[in-house]
Design a protein around this ligand. Structure first.
Ligand code: ATP
Ligand code: MG
Length: 507
């Protein structure tokens, strides 16, 4: 159980108390302490004004208008480097459903707790040296005592402890009003429920369904942060099902919903929506990265729009290219970073790679790696694995795939990129006495093509001689050779896809 309050938090609270202020540990960290989870951030609420807080902690940052001051500590622990100290506040009206029109500071912790979203997030622990000693392990007292009794050391006006025991998420006060004030709470309810493995209390759940459309007013960055937390949780797939059940998914990634009721061919048990979500389930269970999880969830998002034919004979030609585009647009809309978007787009685009033992040569595997990038290979395999398991196919790596892994290992260190050649762009310019330009790129591409066929050719002697020969060719011939190399690299994928479409209806 991770239920001790770190020294940095106690010290920060004590510094406020020493200046005759009140200080409470508050919000999500109290909830986490009680259930024995390590909080990922620490919040302190106080009656001190932002100016007072900054005077007490000269090494602090105040960059917003919401009364929160970030107090720096010398901790090495990422979650403790900055402790957020916020003046007790109540939010005013929300005419735009996004931001309170004004921030109203209030006098008591009880008023502050009343503006918080859920009962389990509306509890506070008094950091008063008389009550809490930084030396002892008193926080262990905060674990809900046996028999459902609640700790007296916690300010808990909405019975958050009771709801933690019952494992439910319940809005503070009238759920409709709370969601109308700030619709991000809709998504927070679902995110918290899957992170904690809780259910959503019935009135709160009804209000989610009723108010889901309000999410469209919320700044996309805030939606992304919550959605990302949901995707990174262990029960991410339950989260997707729950978002759908409450009508919220429509306002996050509506394209995913096109897969509801979209039946697949004889190779699949699940319809597209469930298959996508099951793939995410597997990626989350394995603890894979955000990008692999997103690519798993979105890998077949292009299927509904590319579906041709019915029932067992349906095909989905080109769904990976269409899907890559749909996914990139959806993630852009949610303001994910370009790095995340590009990686996910790439993983989806190439998740269909084909491999049959004996049909694809070592140079074919090298070309495949050259095509998708050596840095993406492991993640592409993970998405493929999630795809298979998400179809209820029992083994993650059937023989064919294991053989491909073996081949990849065998050629993994072979040169697959112009940067890995024994002769570089500068050398080519020097040998031929020509300046930088497209010609250099073409020559490097032709050299790479030779080396992809036979890595033993990656020597200075061979490549320098080859550069001289190529240098004497007319420009049009050179361009044709480079184009040929590019086609060979890309054809690995194209031939294979053609084959796959003929034989396998495309998964
Ligand atoms: P996490 O474990 O991800 O940090 P959290 O519940 O602590 O979850 P934070 O964003 O750190 O979430 O917020 C801290 C506290 O602030 C919450 O526990 C809650 O009391 C309050 N809070 C946060 N967002 C809202 C909101 N939109 N409406 C009302 N209260 C909120
Ligand atoms: Mg928090």
């Amino acid at each position: 159980m991770e239920n001790t309050i770190p020294k940095e938090v106690i010290d920060t609270g004590n510094a406020l108390v020493a200046c005759k202020h009140e200080a409470f540990i508050v919000g999500g960290c109290v909830r986490d302490l009680i259930i024995g989870v390590r909080p990922n951030d620490w919040d302190i609420a106080t009656d001190a004004s932002p100016d007072d807080i900054r005077k007490i902690f000269p090494d602090s940052v105040y960059e917003n208008d919401f009364g929160t001051v970030g107090v720096k500590t010398d901790s090495d622990d990422q979650t403790l480097k900055m402790i957020e100290v916020t003046t007790f506040r109540a939010e005013g009206t929300y005419s735009d459903k996004r931001h309170p029109d004004e921030v109203k500071f209030v006098k008591t912790i009880e008023e502050d707790l009343s503006r918080r979203d859920f009962t389990i997030n509306a509890m506070a622990i008094d950091i008063n040296p008389r009550i809490l000693s930084s030396k002892s392990n008193e926080i262990s007292k905060f674990a809900p005592p046996a028999g459902g009794q609640n700790s007296k050391l916690i300010r808990d006006p909405y019975d958050g402890q009771g709801d933690l025991n019952k494992k439910i998420i319940r809005a503070v006060g009238n759920p409709d009003e709370r969601f109308e004030e700030d619709a991000l709470r809709l998504l927070r309810a679902v995110r918290l429920s899957v992170q904690l493995g809780f259910s959503i209390e019935q009135h709160t759940k009804n209000a989610l369904k009723k108010n889901s459309r309000l999410l469209k007013y919320i700044a996309k960055e805030r939606v992304r942060d919550e959605f990302q937390k949901l995707i990174l949780s262990e029960r991410a797939a339950d989260g997707i099902f729950r978002l759908e059940e409450t009508g919220i998914l429509e306002f996050i990634i509506p394209e995913l919903r096109e897969g509801i009721g979209c039946k697949q061919n004889k190779h699949h048990v699940y319809e597209v929506f469930e298959h996508n979500t099951r793939a995410l389930e597997y990626a989350a269970r394995k603890g894979y990265s955000l990008e692999v999880r997103l690519a798993s969830l979105l890998h077949d998002i292009g299927k509904p729009r590319t579906k041709r034919g019915q029932n067992t004979e349906a095909t989905f030609h080109g769904h990976e290219a269409v899907g890559a585009r749909i996914a990139a647009a959806a993630l852009k809309n949610l303001r994910f970073s370009n790095d995340v978007i590009e990686k996910v787009r790439h993983l989806i685009r190439y998740h269909m790679f084909y491999y049959n033992v004996g049909e694809v040569s070592e140079s074919g595997v090298r070309r495949f790696i050259a095509r998708v990038g050596v840095e993406n290979i492991d993640d592409i395999l993970k998405v493929r694995e999630a795809d298979r398991i998400g179809s209820r196919v029992p083994k993650a790596f059937p023989y064919k795939l294991r053989h491909l892994l073996f081949m990849i290992e065998k050629v993994r260190h072979d040169p697959v990129h112009p940067k890995m050649l024994a002769v570089r762009g500068d050398d080519v310019m020097k040998i031929l006495g020509i300046p930088a330009g497209p010609k250099i790129g073409e020559i490097l591409f032709i050299l790479l093509d030779d080396v992809l066929d036979d890595p033993s050719l990656n020597t200075k002697e061979y490549l320098e001689k080859r550069v001289k020969d190529l240098g004497s060719l007319p420009g049009s011939k050179l361009a044709a050779l480079a184009g040929e190399g590019r086609r060979k690299r890309d054809s690995v994928e194209e031939e294979v896809e053609g084959e796959m479409k003929r034989k396998y209806f495309v998964e």
